[in-house]
Design a protein. Structure first.
Length: 445
């Protein structure tokens, strides 16, 4: 790479990865997101980019999987010699000892970078996520909830958040000692001294973030305490939002945000959704009410090898018929958090991965059969596995969506002409207003 890298990052799912790409792009930081480690040949077209991401699936994987696959991914990112390497997690911090274990990621990165203390930043006011004295909060329907009382995240079907104190939650996943740089520390006259003392005494240091002033202070500390050969940091896209003020002050990024033009409307789009979120359910109902064709997949039949192929065939047939009639299509496996959750849970990792791959196969066939120019994948866990079926090796930002941060419209880069240049939106379960799918179809920022 010819341009010194400010940042490399690994996203623990695909929507989380595009969340980071959007946060950086909004501040004029050219960012490319790869779906797998790449050769110098594939890196060459992005030689003038300042940030490189790698989309992963660790949010839905076991600690044993992470020992090998995450370690290998971080080794590749470390070889890029960025000033900071970020392991990106969801801003709701939902995770568990047996799946999406953030503690395991901390251990792997800490050892690889030979780092005394790893910073941890989760609160991001831009996303209505707040960490206060170690307790985490998130907004829903205009009201801020403690994360263990959040109407959605406290009931997540795979990784429910039952503890708001992030240090206590994380302590179930790792033996690393976790400190806290709280609001009082960030507002003190001797913040640098306090942070240095906390870093020396702890393996991990969680930073509070309530408002933009705290965020700017966190960014200064992340940059000030980085190691000469690059440092490892864990957190949500709060990491990037925290760093941009410091980078701007040091003239490392543009002074003003770039302008993105709308790509305009398309006649129809295809959406696949594996999201179990009530937010996504509302979006599906809203789109159906204004004319989208919503097609439910029987998850029990989908994950049963005896009925799998026929289930996909029937759904694809209905979807193609709808597209041929000029309709936009939504194919979904869940309508809210209680939709066949027991069947998926009993099927475990294999079932979750199969659902994602199956949705990706359906989406690819719809694109190829109908020449679609714009698509949506909904669900953080789903997106990584679904996009892997599309023959795409990289994404760049086409249009950030400030009204629904974390779900930009992207451009797909592929060696296959039918897929190269495809516009793709990747939506996390909790992201977006009721009209999200309509906004994507109409190209509205």
């Amino acid at each position: 790479m010819s341009t010194p890298l400010l940042l490399s990052y690994y996203g623990d799912d695909l929507t989380g990865s595009t969340d980071v790409m959007e946060a950086l792009s909004l501040h004029g930081i050219k960012t490319v997101l790869f779906l797998a480690p790449q050769s110098e040949e594939k890196l060459a077209p992005f030689a003038d980019y300042s940030a490189i991401g790698l989309a992963g699936t660790s949010r839905s994987e076991s600690p044993e999987w992470m020992e090998t696959h995450l370690n290998n991914a971080l080794v590749w990112l470390k070889s890029l010699n960025a000033s900071l390497c970020h392991y990106k997690v969801c801003s709701t911090f939902d995770s568990a000892p047996n799946i999406g274990n953030i503690g395991k990621a901390l251990e792997i990165g800490k050892a690889l970078f030979a780092q005394r203390c790893v910073p941890l930043v989760v609160g991001a006011p831009q996303l209505k996520r707040y960490t206060v004295f170690g307790q985490h909060f998130a907004a829903f329907d205009g009201e801020v909830h403690r994360i263990d009382r959040h109407p959605v995240m406290s009931r997540h079907p795979v990784t429910p958040m039952a503890e708001a104190d992030l240090r206590r939650h994380l302590a179930k996943q790792t033996q690393l000692v976790i400190g806290l740089a709280d609001l009082l520390c960030l507002e003190a006259a001797n913040t640098d001294t306090q942070v240095d003392q906390l870093s020396h005494a702890n393996d991990v240091m969680l930073y509070d973030t309530l408002n933009r002033n705290h965020q700017a202070s966190v960014g200064e500390q992340l940059w000030r305490t980085r190691l000469p050969d690059g440092s490892f940091v864990v957190g949500s896209s709060a990491v990037e939002y925290a760093l941009v003020d410091t980078w701007r002050k040091q003239a490392l990024i543009p002074k003003s945000a770039p302008l993105f033009s709308s790509p305009g409307a398309v006649e129809q789009i295809a959406v696949v959704s594996g999201s179990c979120s009530e937010v996504t359910a509302r979006q599906i109902r809203f789109a159906e009410a204004i004319g989208f064709r919503a097609i439910a997949i029987d998850v029990v039949k989908l994950i049963d090898e005896r009925t799998h192929a026929n289930t996909l065939h029937q759904v694809l047939k209905e979807a193609i018929e709808a597209l041929n009639q000029g309709e936009s299509v939504i194919v979904y496996t869940a309508m809210g958090p209680n939709s066949d959750a027991d069947a998926v849970h009993q099927g475990g990792e294999k079932a979750r991965h199969l659902i994602g791959r199956s949705l990706g196969q359906l989406l690819r066939q719809m694109v190829e059969a109908h020449g679609l120019k714009r698509i949506v994948i909904a669900g953080g866990d789903t997106s990584s596995h679904a996009l892997s079926q599309l023959g795409v090796h990289a994404l760049t930002t086409r249009l950030p969506l400030p009204e629904t941060p974390g779900s930009p419209l992207c451009i797909a880069h592929s060696d296959q002409p039918a897929l190269n240049g495809l516009e793709v939106a990747l939506k996390g379960g909790q992201i977006g207003s009721e009209s999200y799918f309509i906004s994507i179809r109409d190209g509205v920022a």
